[in-house]
Design a protein around this ligand. Structure first.
Ligand SMILES: Nc1ncnc2c1ncn2[C@@H]1O[C@H](COP(=O)(O)OP(=O)(O)OP(=O)(O)O)[C@@H](O)[C@H]1O
Ligand SMILES: [Mg+2]
Length: 397
């Protein structure tokens, strides 16, 4: 339709369209220090760290109201849209990711389209290629002799899995799983066959069930000449979602570093592990980005995982991480719930508790809405107490 159209609704729509495209073109004409593929809470908290140093940041996300877009310029677009990724690559000196789901092939196509070298992207694409397929990731661990559950592709009638893995076995979708979505247990052959309609479509692996004592995690950072890590944390999962994170009292750095070296990692990696009853560790999975189990570093007094991430992306020196005992508790969406601002006061009435909210528009049940950190002695007890205060006030509407 043309501007002369007499229908006021059409005219308003056209005007909005012009404003949107005008705005997008204007954004693209600016230069940014860091571009984020994804605009969720991990991008938001990384941007906050970058902004402290005056860095200009841009994010790409399908939603115009994403956590990152509320604090910095953003482009609206699907993360699998190669043209949109290329827009970010063209506009930014450095680019990083918020999740491991964008296919390396698409990122490489976008680099060609934007005529920028792959090296402006941190984490290294080779490590992303190995991580984003959980089977490829397992094979990389096995090849490097890093302890992790044995895994095979699930195909045909599952003969190979039955022979090499046996029962109980864990079934996982190779690409795109998160928060336990895409993870199933088969205790018996019957269970495996019941799940067949799901896995027989292809793209699934079967791996050994690990009878772990607890789950732990370590954030590892690596640049071209050094590698180091944050402390080993225990992570308590509820319904497959990370619930509490606190110091584990053991040191799993050697295995975590070996896992990141096995994928030739460059950047920041969250390494999820199992601790067995004999005190040994096995790798569960690696995330090539800041991780929920590293959120405690925002308040522990040392360098935060987000600051370290920004430094790695910018090619700046990293900081050896040290800080105080801290426990992080996730704040998950509840229905019904009210205005979180009124509930903050109740949460932080517990001493040395710090509150973080991601600005998500919709508090869907179980969605990660924010987190709080309790710093110092008895951190776990105080984090739980503060969260109870918060939920009580927030859900009393
Ligand atoms: N081999 C295994 N043996 C026993 N339990 C397992 C195994 N693999 C996964 N689990 C359990 O399932 C959970 C989810 O698995 P995994 O971490 O691979 O999936 P995810 O959906 O990518 O996870 P998330 O996004 O929550 O980190 C683990 O945290 C662990 O509790
Ligand atoms: Mg996991």
């Amino acid at each position: 339709m043309l501007l002369g159209d007499e229908n006021p609704a059409n005219f308003a729509l056209t005007l909005l369209g012009f404003l949107y495209w005008g705005g997008t073109l204007w954004l693209m004409s600016l230069r940014y220090d860091i571009g984020f593929l994804g605009g969720g809470q991990l991008a938001r908290m990384s941007i906050q760290a970058g902004q402290r140093a005056g860095l200009k940041c841009l994010s790409l996300d399908p939603s115009l109201e994403s956590p990152a877009s509320q604090i910095a310029p953003s482009i609206r677009g699907e993360l699998k849209d190669v043209e949109k990724i290329a827009e970010v690559l063209r506009a930014c000196d450095h680019v990083t990711l918020e999740n491991e789901f964008i296919l390396v092939d698409d990122i490489q196509k976008a680099c060609e389209l934007a005529k920028v070298p792959e090296k402006i992207i941190v984490p290294g694409l080779h490590s992303l290629h190995l991580i984003q397929d959980k089977l490829r990731q397992r094979i990389a661990m096995m090849k490097a002799g890093v302890p992790s559950p044995n895994a095979v592709e699930l195909s045909g009638d599952g003969e190979q899995a039955i022979a090499e893995i046996g029962f109980p076995m864990v079934l996982k979708v190779r690409f795109g799983g998160y928060d336990g979505k895409g993870t199933y247990y088969a205790k018996t052959l019957e269970d495996l066959m019941k799940l067949k309609p799901t896995w027989s479509q292809g793209g699934w692996l079967a791996e050994q069930f690990v009878p772990f004592k607890r789950e732990i995690a370590v954030m590892v950072y690596a640049d071209s000449d050094s590698v180091g890590c944050f402390p080993t944390m225990e992570t308590v999962q509820t319904d497959h979602v990370c619930d509490l994170v606190f110091p584990a009292g053991v040191d799993a750095s050697a295995v975590a570093i070996a896992a990141v070296e096995a994928i030739d990692g460059k950047g920041l990696y969250g390494v999820e592990m199992f601790e067995l009853s004999d005190g040994s560790f096995q790798i569960n999975e690696i995330a090539p980005r800041p991780h929920n189990t590293g959120h405690y570093t925002l308040d522990w007094g040392g360098v935060s995982q987000f600051e370290q991430h920004v430094r790695l992306v910018m090619g700046w020196p990293t900081v050896p991480p040290h800080g105080r005992e801290t426990c992080m508790a996730n704040l998950l969406g509840k229905l019904p719930s009210g205005n979180h601002v009124q509930a903050i006061q109740d949460a932080i009435s517990v001493p040395e508790v710090f509150f973080h909210w991601y600005g998500k528009i919709d508090a869907k049940a179980g969605r990660k809405m924010g987190h709080l950190n309790a710093v110092g002695t008895d951190s776990v007890k105080r984090a739980i107490q503060a969260r109870e205060h918060f939920y009580r006030a927030w859900t009393t509407v």
